[in-house]
Design a protein around this ligand. Structure first.
Ligand code: FAD
Length: 283
C-alpha cells in the first residue's frame, strides 16, 4: 500500500461507494430509489495474467447476480486492462464475453471504459468483436482525441452504443486537443454527429456547457446522462425530474488510488482554469 493512501481515504469515499460489494449494493439501491440508474464499476486496472483476468470476471459475474437478486436495474462498466488486455487479447476477450453473456438475460449493458494513450485501437478492436456477438455492450470514446470523429464513423455500421466523455488521461499533443475550448468544440461536434446518426448515446460529463448543448439535440433512439458519484447531485435530480434518463457511475473496490488521483488532477485543472479566467490569463 502506498504511504499516502490513508490520507486520501476520506476524500475517496466521496467518489466511491466503498471497498466492497456489500457497501456498494445499498448505495446503488439508494441511487435507484432517487430515480437514477446505477452503473457499477469494480476498481482495478492492469491485470498481469490469465488468473487475474478470470478472478475479475468472476467478481463481475457475482456483481451481476447480486444486482439481479437485489432488483437493481442498471449497468456495469469495466476496463479491459483489468482482464490482461496488454498481455493476451484472447484471454481478455474470453473473460469479457463471459461477463457480457451473463448480463444478456437481464438486458444489462456492459460499458467498456476507454483508457490512456494508445488504448483506442485495441479497445475498439475488442468492442467490434463483442458487437459481433452481443448487443448489450457499449464503449466509451474520448472527445479530446482527434481520432474520435473517424472512430465514430467507422463504428456506425455496427450499431454501437457510445458513451462520450472528454478524456481523463494525459495524452501526447499530436493525438489530443488540450485547450478547454477546443475540447468542448470537438465534444459538441461529436454529439451532433451521434445525434444526426441516431446513435444510442450516453453523455459522460459534468460540464454544464456540454450538458446544455446536448439538451438542444434530438436523439430519437436513446439518450442518457451519465455522471460520476460525488458530482452534480442537484443537476442529476433536476434532469431526472424532467424525464431524462440519468445514470450514476458508482466505482467501488480496494484498488481506488488511480481513480481518485485522476479525479484530483481534474479538479486541479478546473481550479487552474478558474483562476486563469478570473485573472484574464486564459487566452
Ligand atoms: C460516467 C462517466 C464515465 C467516464 N468514463 C471515462 C472513461 O472511460 N475514460 C476516460 O478517459 N474518462 C472517463 N470519464 C472522465 C471524463 O473523461 C472526464 O475526465 C471527467 O468527466 C471530467 O470532465 P467533465 O466533462 O465532467 O467536465 P470538466 O472538464 O471537469 O468540467 C467541469 C466544470 O468545470 C469547468 N471547467 C473545468 N476546466 C475548465 C477549463 N479548462 N476551461 C473552462 N471550464 C472549465 C467547466 O465549466 C465545467 O462546468 C468518465 C466520466 C463520466 C462522467
Amino acid at each position: 500500500m502506498c504511504w499516502y493512501k490513508p490520507l486520501l481515504k476520506p476524500l475517496a469515499f466521496r467518489f466511491i461507494a466503498g471497498e466492497t460489494l456489500r457497501e456498494a449494493l445499498p448505495y446503488g439501491l439508494r441511487v435507484q430509489r432517487q430515480g437514477l440508474t446505477p452503473i457499477f464499476d469494480i476498481l482495478g486496472e492492469g491485470a498481469k495474467n490469465k488468473e487475474d483476468s478470470v478472478r475479475v470476471s468472476g467478481e463481475y459475474i457475482h456483481l451481476l447476480h447480486e444486482m439481479e437478486r437485489n432488483h437493481l436495474k442498471g449497468g456495469i462498466s469495466l476496463k479491459l486492462t483489468a482482464f490482461a488486455l496488454d498481455e493476451d487479447e484472447e484471454t481478455c476477450f474470453r473473460a469479457v464475453s463471459r461477463i457480457v453473456r451473463h448480463a444478456q438475460p437481464t438486458k444489462t449493458i456492459v460499458w467498456i471504459d476507454m483508457e490512456g494513450p494508445g488504448y483506442a485501437p485495441k479497445t475498439l478492436k475488442m468492442y467490434r468483436r463483442l458487437l459481433n456477438e452481443f448487443d448489450n455492450v457499449g464503449v466509451c470514446l474520448q472527445a479530446y482525441l482527434k481520432r474520435t470523429h473517424k472512430d465514430i464513423l467507422s463504428l456506425l455500421p455496427d450499431n454501437p452504443k457510445i458513451r462520450l466523455v472528454k478524456g481523463a488521461y494525459e495524452q501526447p499533443e499530436n493525438a489530443a486537443y488540450t485547450k478547454h475550448e477546443e475540447i468542448n468544440a470537438h465534444f459538441k461536434k461529436l454529439l451532433t454527429l451521434l445525434s444526426e446518426n441516431d446513435v444510442y448515446t450516453a453523455l459522460g460529463s459534468h460540464d454544464m456547457d456540454i450538458i446544455s448543448h446536448a439538451l438542444t439535440l434530438p436523439f430519437p433512439t436513446h439518450f442518457e446522462f451519465q455522471m460520476l458519484k460525488g458530482f452534480r447531485k442537484y443537476e442529476k435530480k433536476l434532469l431526472s425530474e424532467h424525464g431524462y434518463i440519468v445514470a450514476e457511475y458508482i466505482p467501488f473496490g480496494k484498488d481506488w488510488e488511480k481513480f481518485i488521483i485522476r479525479r484530483i488532477q481534474e479538479r486541479m485543472r478546473s481550479l487552474r482554469w478558474l483562476v486563469m479566467t478570473i485573472a484574464g490569463m486564459d487566452k
